[in-house]
Design a protein around this ligand. Structure first.
Ligand code: AKG
Length: 276
């Protein structure tokens, strides 16, 4: 019996390559989380933007608590099983009336995590709507093998290389609006993207990218993981401690190393580097 998803939601994930919405945090809990994140942005400007958007959970307790929240892990367990490693996180913030968008892509194309026994969670910290740039999915696209991507390095593209799967039939796209505190889960090969924020509100998403089964290897470099649930028999990866206090020297140093290793993976084989 599943722990957090219904059997119907498990079937939806298997068929479509994503499932949403999944209720996780109450309105009060997510309001507190948002306040803590915005307080951290004010205290440590640039710690959470640009390349600083990556792996904030290694330095900020509020993000660490999300990554290790048992309700999220229950939903993840329903997809990848009871042994779970947390392999990274990214804050995707779109400011009001800003052009930043995410082109159609498949996460597995550049992530180096093989085989694809992993899943990405995406938590709405703010209200997330079509107007402010919610994610859009192409249902069933995870069934096919990986598609070719073109690296555009587009100015407003929020992906590292501006990587893009071209020729997508957008009439097939499904939008995933979420209320604050709701989660979506998506498959490593699902083709997805998101548009710009044409509203007057911030869009704050926290991507838990990704939760992996311990058998998953990193074939493009090295990465840090945290044991989130169960055991890590193979121990393929470097192990990161959980942070107790915000932005300690040790946590900041570890995060710099983790983000450099992540950049080495995401830009593997590319002569050009982007902003993230
Ligand atoms: O935040 C977004 O709009 C997209 C994020 C994304 O592509 C992902 O989490 O895999």
């Amino acid at each position: 019996m599943p722990k957090r998803l219904t059997v119907a939601q498990q079937e939806t994930y298997a068929r479509d390559g994503y499932v949403a919405p999944i209720d996780i945090f109450s309105a009060d809990e997510i309001a507190e989380i948002r306040a803590e994140i915005e307080d951290a942005e004010a205290r440590w400007p640039h710690a959470l933007d640009g390349a600083g958007r990556n792996n904030g959970h290694l330095a900020l307790p509020v993000l660490d608590r999300i990554v290790h929240d048992s309700r999220i892990l229950d939903a993840v367990e329903d997809v990848i099983g009871a042994h779970i490693l947390a392999a990274g996180s990214t804050l995707f913030i779109k400011e009001p009336n800003s052009g930043g968008f995410i082109s159609w892509h498949q996460d597995a194309r550049y992530a180096g995590m093989e085989p694809h026994d992993w899943v990405t969670g995406w938590l709405a910290v703010s209200n997330v709507t079509e107007e402010n740039g919610c994610m859009r999915m192409i249902p069933g696209s995870h069934i096919d093998p990986l598609r070719d991507h073109v690296d555009t390095f587009g100015e407003d593209n929020l992906l590292t290389r501006g990587q893009e799967v071209q020729g997508i039939d957008e009439s097939k796209a499904v939008s995933l609006p979420l209320k604050p505190g709701q989660l979506s889960l998506h498959h490593p090969r699902i083709v997805h993207g998101s548009g710009p924020n044409i509203s007057n509100e911030r869009r704050i998403g926290f991507a838990l990218q990704s939760y992996i089964a311990p058998s998953v290897e990193q074939v493009l470099g090295e990465m840090y993981v945290q044991r989130a649930r169960g055991t890590d028999g193979p121990k393929h990866h470097l192990e990161a401690p959980r942070v107790q206090e915000a932005m300690t020297d040790a946590a900041v140093a570890l995060r710099i190393d983790a983000n450099q290793k992540l950049a080495d993976i995401l830009y593997a084989g590319s002569e050009q580097k982007g902003k993230y």
